[in-house]
Design a protein around this ligand. Structure first.
Ligand code: ATP
Ligand code: MG
Length: 351
């Protein structure tokens, strides 16, 4: 019997993973996969909250495969971790409905993350399903009874809601769920290449883990820096400048970073040099990830097998959790008593 505590986290299969995903959550997953039993969910039902159209659903399979390749490339070991497809686990829908009874609408309406998501999806009004996004997420987290949830800052409030749901459930029906903790990454929110608050697929300000060297160089050349610095001899601002944020996070040559910061502040280095050195550092960071991606993607059928086997494994887990949930709530008892009586009546040749 496995006794390690559990991790649950995941991503929506809306595209490839980027540097923000890496520092926000992936890095912690890789680091903790020995100490925790890990479950990584491909949250395709969550994509429906903003993109329910059939053509969007048609992109899920490809995106899911790319995303799992990103997991493997980042260092997630499929032998130790379980990767699975949310929509193929019916118990998640079921848990979602039961949890909906434990949360109020104003509680959800206060979450700024949902308004942000509605805005970036160009939705004028809040869909019911999007309001329920964090409840579905609670279903994801509590289904395998996870203890720890490595996520970026934007998801912290959702884990808080999950904690409330777990406590409320346990209070009403008895101890079934652990109360999970969020684990925020080293960089809680990575800024985008355009200087906007968050690197995000929908904002077109990303550097993908799978970008090739040339693409990275091009994206870095186009990066937003200090807008007041029109010439190299004008003192520039380092704080909050995305080029320096990335240097800080990804450049392992600390001496070089300190030197660049000093020269930037005193107006004795041009943006071109700062950016060239950043592109080099990012490419060095991404090279081993690219190599692993290449090696894994040449193994035909590997990704599908990982998702398939992971999903079967979680289905077992799901059946066990839901049996306990129904028992704790007394829901199973209602059906069992009706079934028993009906069967007796039929046996006795009654109505
Ligand atoms: P994007 O925001 O790029 O569109 P997403 O919102 O579709 O991505 P999610 O599946 O919601 O991606 O997020 C996956 C995980 O990555 C979450 O834990 C989220 O907090 C984290 N994450 C996403 N973007 C960033 C970022 N820029 N900085 C830190 N963490 C991030
Ligand atoms: Mg998000």
């Amino acid at each position: 019997m496995e006794t390690r505590p559990r991790i649950l986290t995941g991503d929506r299969p809306t595209g490839k993973l980027h540097l923000g995903h890496f520092v926000g959550s992936l890095q912690n997953r890789v680091k903790l996969q020995d100490r925790y039993e890990c479950f990584f969910i491909i949250a395709d039902l969550h994509t429906l909250t903003t993109r329910p159209e059939k053509d969007a659903i048609g992109t899920i399979a490809t995106n899911a495969r790319e995303m799992v390749l990103d997991y493997l490339a980042a260092g997630i070991d499929p032998e130790r971790s379980t990767v699975y497809l949310q929509s193929a686990v019916p118990e998640i829908y079921e848990l979602n409905l039961l949890f909906e009874m434990l949360v109020t609408v104003p509680r959800l309406q206060r979450l700024p993350s949902l308004k942000d998501m509605a805005r970036s999806a160009n939705l004028n009004e809040m869909p019911f399903g999007l309001l329920g996004y964090p409840i579905l997420q609670s279903g994801d987290i509590l289904l395998p009874r996870a203890n720890l949830v490595p996520v970026g800052k934007d998801n912290e409030a959702h884990v808080e809601l999950t904690r409330e749901i777990a406590r409320r459930f346990n209070y009403l029906y008895g101890e079934v769920f652990p109360v999970p903790e969020a684990l925020i990454g080293d960089v809680p929110t990575l800024v985008g290449t355009d200087g906007k608050a968050k690197m995000s697929k929908s904002l077109n300000n990303t550097i993908y883990l799978s970008d090739d060297r040339k693409t990275v160089e091009k994206k870095v050349r186009g990066m937003y820096t200090d807008p007041n610095r029109v010439r190299a001899d004008i003192p520039g601002t380092v704080e909050g400048n995305p080029v320096f944020v990335y240097h800080d996070v990804f450049n392992t040559r600390r001496e070089e970073v300190r030197d660049l910061q000093e020269r930037y502040r005193s107006g004795s280095v041009g943006d071109v040099e700062v950016k060239e050195l950043l592109a080099t550092a990012l490419n060095e960071f991404l090279d081993p990830i690219r190599e692993r991606r290449e090696a894994f993607s040449s193994q035909k059928g590997l990704v599908d097998r990982i998702i398939y086997e992971g999903t079967l494994r979680v289905r077992e887990e799901a059946r066990a959790t839901l049996a306990e949930v129904r028992k704790a709530m007394g829901l199973g008892g209602v059906w069992n008593s009706i079934r028993r009586k009906a069967e007796k009546t039929v046996k006795a040749g009654g109505v």
